[in-house]
Write a new protein. Structure first.
Lengths: 338, 338
DNA sequence: TTGTAAGCGTTATCAA
DNA sequence: TTGATAACGCTTACAA
């Protein structure tokens, strides 16, 4: 009833008030002033529930991410927010740590009009149906994948990321150049495609260098500090322990370094450690962590732009957009011992 | 038009479909089956835009926090999410780093029906008007303050937090017990009441111990690693440098430790460092960081519960809810040198 | 137990 | 440039 009140007070129709709100230039100045006064007097605020309903748009974007509190997301979110602000979207965050991992649970947010689109920054399990329904409208919600590598079922969605395989190869090559031959790998969660790709890159680089990879050298770090610490202990307990460890992300690398030092060993003298992501704690780690950086803010920005395009149907090609990574050499890596 | 389609297909009225959706027990089983079949066949998903509009409720809560990517928020958000899930709310996140800091900008989200309530986990500047309008309806949106200390203008809102003053006193007392007399303090941002309170606690403890506090010992660390590094350098450059540094949070403590070690000094041999929050990186810092922990998950949970109460009007008293803090002694603090 | 129909606040179409 | 009015999809009295 609210716009009506304003209209009545201003002595105009509701249509005019609405126009004043949405395209003031269509309203004569004199009328505009009347409406403005009425709005001020009533303290009227447009009911966005009604507005959204009428427009069929929520102006909400769901960003699905692994965990709030992940320092890497800091910059990514900054990029996302910049574009969201510019385009008039609000951000709804879903954390896969606290929520479900089902693809359909997120796409339903779009189909039920709770959100206009989805920005997926985490690995989730697409329903098998999704693949078969590919031509179905339900399989094509506005959705963009950022950061994450893409499973086959999701490959028809736009995606923005670095080439995790190539990046991990670069990191591994660097260790190999330093003379390391026994290189361990601390992997992420089993369902994370991104860390799987990094593992692939590691394996590929080892293979190309004709270096054997023992199964014992690849341990799961669960993408947490504690998981990485346990993984590191297993690596250290090996009869022939690795002289270098590649961690699928910095969070785990930090845990690994701590555990290595705890065991009375020195980084990089005894063991070199390399991470991935270049989170802000990498630089101030002791020793400062060698890592691979991603253009986080740009990934956020670009994936959000792609999503806006997907929402208003102007999305062009769906080829993955690859951004460059960058090896950052610090002090946690050194020549292989002996 | 969608519920109509379903109704038509099922051969019932739209009211029956609606009832099936909202209170199935009121629908005869036979009818229920028909409706269910129709829903399945059409792939119907209720339009929550229309539903929210009709109900006058968004089921959205805005959580205003300083920065996604702050590891401390990890646990807080977990607590919030647990309650939100349970109560059927979705979480809309606003980051003051990327967004405005104005109180009204957030409360407008409620008045314009974009959200049902606000959980404030960050210091923002309330409009001066807010205080004078206190009796006005507009001054009383459902809003709860979590973590943060409360400015006078906001003191009529419920609040859940630790006693930052007392906690900082405990930390400072501990340093004093270790024999430290020249204790520096790295403060947070100027507008952060929470870190201001911690500074107050530090000052109070110093005063009670009859220890002088030089103005040079209190430097601003901007609540970032880099800010803390700059602040630390200033402290180290002092003619008589402090033998201990209290940092208003762990993030800054990590930066401080790095800078101290960079200067060729040892923690805690030359300088003790103590932080606040007990983020997950504190334990694996080198040396592991002595800090004060807050019951983060519980703060999240309780503040969210209070908010739910505020939304449905069942909120009782508005006295701040204080939770206990806990001094965690690790290796970054030791006896004063000399 | 089910159907009819009004109404939520806004926007958009059309006519004036 | 403005006004009257239908429509958006759903819920909920109220009536049947």
């Amino acid at each position: 009833m609210s716009i009506k009140k304003v209209a009545k007070l201003a002595g105009v129709s509701t249509a005019t008030v609405s126009r004043y709100l949405n395209s003031p230039e269509q309203v004569k100045e004199k009328t505009r002033n009347k409406v403005q006064a009425a709005i001020r007097e009533t303290g009227y605020a447009p009911n966005s529930l009604a507005r959204n309903f009428r427009r069929g748009k929520t102006s909400l974007i769901v960003v699905v991410l692994p965990a709030v509190g992940d320092p890497f997301l800091d910059k990514v979110m900054r990029g996302i927010w910049r574009v969201a602000d510019e385009q008039g979207y609000s951000i709804l965050i879903r954390d896969t740590q606290a929520n479900s991992h089902e693809f359909d649970e997120y796409t339903d947010l779009v189909f039920s009009k709770q959100a206009d689109g989805i920005l997926l920054l985490a690995s989730i399990s697409p329903f098998d149906e999704a693949a078969s329904n590919r031509d179905n409208e339900r399989a094509h919600p506005p959705l963009v994948l950022g950061l994450e590598s893409v499973s086959a079922e999701l490959s028809h969605f736009p995606s923005v990321r670095v080439d995790n395989i190539a990046a991990a190869m670069d990191g591994t090559d660097y260790l190999i150049q330093l003379g390391h031959q026994r290189i361990g790998f601390i992997a992420g969660k089993r369902d994370s495609l991104l860390t799987k790709d990094r593992e692939k890159g590691y394996r590929k680089a080892m293979r190309q260098a004709k270096l054997a990879v023992s199964n014992d050298w690849i341990v799961e770090g669960e993408q947490t500090i504690d998981g990485a610490r346990r993984a590191t202990r297993r690596l250290l307990d090996l009869e022939q322990r690795p002289t270098a460890i590649f961690c699928a992300n910095d969070e785990m690398a930090l845990g690994a370094m701590h555990e290595i030092k705890n065991a009375g060993l020195k980084v990089p003298r005894d063991i070199s450690v390399i991470g991935f992501d270049d989170i802000r704690y990498a630089e101030i780690a002791d020793p400062p962590l060698t890592t691979i950086s991603q253009p986080a803010e740009e990934i956020g920005e670009r994936s959000m732009r792609r999503l806006c395009q997907a929402i208003d149907g102007s999305d062009g090609d769906s080829a993955p957009e690859m951004l460059p990574h960058n090896l950052i050499v610090r002090k946690s890596t050194g020549k292989a011992p002996g």
